[in-house]
Design a protein around this ligand. Structure first.
Ligand code: SF4
Length: 137
């Protein structure tokens, strides 16, 4: 069965969703990349790119394995850590301290005033993170 045969299911997002559904149906044990490739009938390079994207998003985890024939494969499993969906509201964005900072014109990476080591920005981010954590409890 070629799950990606239809033109409507060849978009990367569709491939991602199809992979997620397959992994959900495979249970906790996951599936080898080579098995996934046989089911999806797409090129290995393309599949690796999609799996890498899912891994970066925290949706799947992959583990390098050595098959009996000595070849390298990857065990792909759904991550047990659910990705966090952040809702960003304009009211929060306009509170970013940089918008009202008197150092904004001098601020930049490698400069005296920099977001990389700014206590004002760090404190604001920690405060916002704490609010999100409190709201999710
Ligand atoms: S990173 Fe800090 S210093 Fe730079 S503009 Fe934002 S608040 Fe100001």
């Amino acid at each position: 069965m070629n799950l990606l045969k239809s033109k409507n299911t060849t978009l990367p997002k569709d491939i991602e969703n199809t992979i997620i559904k397959i992994l959900e149906s495979s249970g906790n044990s996951g599936m080898n990349l080579s098995e996934l490739q046989k089911i999806l009938k797409i090129k290995e390079d393309k599949l690796k790119l999609v799996v890498a994207r899912l891994s970066r998003k925290g949706i799947v985890k992959k583990e390098k394995i050595k098959k009996e024939d000595g070849k390298i494969d990857y065990k792909i499993q759904l991550s047990t850590i659910k990705p966090v969906e952040l809702k960003i509201e304009l009211s929060t964005v306009i509170k970013i301290p940089c918008f009202t900072c008197k150092y904004i014109k001098e601020c930049g990476i490698g400069r005296e005033w920099s977001p990389a080591n700014c206590e004002i920005l760090k404190n604001w981010l920690e405060s916002e993170t704490n609010k999100i954590e409190q709201a999710s409890k």
